[in-house]
Write a protein that binds this ligand. Structure first.
Ligand SMILES: N[C@@H](CCOP(=O)(O)O)C(=O)O
Length: 431
């Protein structure tokens, strides 16, 4: 499989090159030259398959011979070393809980897969790399955890000062060893721009062998499609599936769309956002208008310039009409999000985090006109990651899993910097 840049100004590359480059030199995003399809009998038998076998079949279509079968099976098994439960919240409405990994967010799946693919190639070639990653809350911890102690790899996490939850900050600032955190005076979009600008600076990129662990990296994106196949395997006999994806940088939704292009029978995708509604607005108006992000209680989705929009465009052949058919978009403010967390908890005893609640709202809105569908929303993070927001809403303490509580007991270490390349260079010089 070769990967091309969405800006089409640079040659196609292999999977290995795509994941080490992170971002193509023409500032596009890598996409597979063709989206592979899976045979009909795969979907007929999927209900009897194990999660690891489903994931291997999907991954191998994107990676081909570059990672031998035995190694790729190991990578998939180590990546998915936790459950992905699907819980019925109300009749016909399911929560796909993606927070049972080490850092309690869906990002664990992508970050663990990426870390293992990079280590596989690094070990083979003795390559040293520096990962730059921007986070609005969840990616940072997952990447820190995925790469902690990995030989030949240094990680620098950039996060917006004062704009992530207390426990998220504890997670990503307390790893130590090869993981460094920088608290940026700015927004997530500033952090993301700093990372992208560093990749486009040839001198810096070569000096430090920079790569990315955000969903701009194909190896973050591919594994995020595994759980859509898993959902279909679990619910395929129930009816037409519609899936609502709480969205910020749109990597998760793009991974679902790739799965659908591979043949996965998901009837409808829904992009649910908070007030940072750049993509839902595009779906209504046809105008893509990034703008500075606004802080919300679903902070991991506080993204004003969603990276994966250009991949979504590729999936739909740049047709706005096709994208607005293929993706329905809805946006919600904090008030309705908080009310929904409280309401659903009261009625069903099911506690959603604010991101899951945004996904639930989008799903319910779509299902008003499609009542016979089977609805799934992604629960992207454990509610305890947002205890400071959720506890006042439900007027109750949220039980914290021990793996989160452990982070809370550690001492924060971070370097505060301005949102400039100069400041980032100074941090790189300390490596
Ligand atoms: N929501 C993210 C923002 C970065 O998104 P990514 O999927 O591109 O890594 C976060 O929690 O950091």
């Amino acid at each position: 499989m070769k990967y091309y840049s969405t800006n089409r100004q640079v040659p196609e590359v292999s999977y290995e090159e795509a994941i080490f480059n992170g971002l193509p030199d023409d500032n596009g995003l890598y996409m597979p030259e063709t989206i592979p399809t899976l045979p009909a009998d795969f979907f007929e038998n999927i209900g009897d398959m194990k999660l690891h076998d489903i994931a291997y079949e999907v991954a191998s279509r994107f990676i081909g011979e570059e990672i031998p079968e035995k190694e790729l099976r190991r990578i998939v098994e180590e990546t998915l070393s936790f459950d992905l439960p699907i819980v019925e919240v109300e009749k016909g409405i399911y929560s796909l809980e993606l927070y049972h990994g080490p850092t309690c967010a869906f990002k664990d799946v992508g970050a663990r897969f990426l870390a293992r693919c990079l280590s596989y190639f690094s070990a083979k070639e003795g390559k040293k790399s520096t990962i730059l990653v921007a986070t609005s809350g969840d990616t940072g911890a997952a990447v820190g955890s995925g790469f902690y102690g990995v030989e030949n790899i240094e990680v620098i996490i950039l996060y917006p000062k004062g704009k992530i939850s207390k426990i998220q900050e504890q997670q990503l600032t307390t790893f130590g060893k090869n993981i460094q955190a920088c608290e940026v005076r700015g927004t997530f979009d500033d952090c993301q721009k700093m990372v992208k600008d560093a990749f486009l600076n040839k001198e810096l990129k070569e000096k430090y062998n920079l790569t990315s662990a955000n969903s701009i990296n194909m190896a973050r994106l591919i594994p995020q499609s595994f759980y859509y196949f898993w959902t279909y395997a679990m619910l395929k006999d129930m009816g037409d599936l519609v899936v609502s994806v709480p969205s910020g940088n749109f990597g998760n939704l793009t991974a679902g769309l790739l799965g659908q292009k591979m043949g996965l029978p998901i009837k409808q995708f829904i992009a649910s956002t908070n007030v940072n509604d750049i993509v839902p607005s595009y779906l209504t108006s046809g105008q893509f208008e990034p703008r500075p992000s606004t802080s919300t209680i679903s902070n991991a989705m506080d993204v004003g310039n969603p990276s994966n929009f250009y991949r979504m465009k590729e999936v739909f052949g740049s047709s706005w009409e096709d994208m607005k058919e293929g993706v329905k978009g809805y946006a919600y403010d904090d008030k309705i999000t908080a009310e929904t967390v409280a309401d659903i908890y009261r009625k069903t005893d099911y506690l959603m985090d604010p991101h899951g609640a945004v996904g639930y709202l989008g799903l319910k809105e779509y299902m008003k006109d499609h009542p016979n569908s089977i609805g799934v929303f992604l629960e992207t993070a454990h509610p305890a990651k947002f205890g400071d927001v959720v506890e006042p809403i439900i007027k109750q303490e949220v039980e914290m899993p021990e793996r989160l509580a452990e982070f809370a007991r550690r001492t924060k270490v971070s370097t505060e910097i301005d949102a400039t390349q100069e400041e980032l260079k100074k941090v790189l010089e300390t490596l």
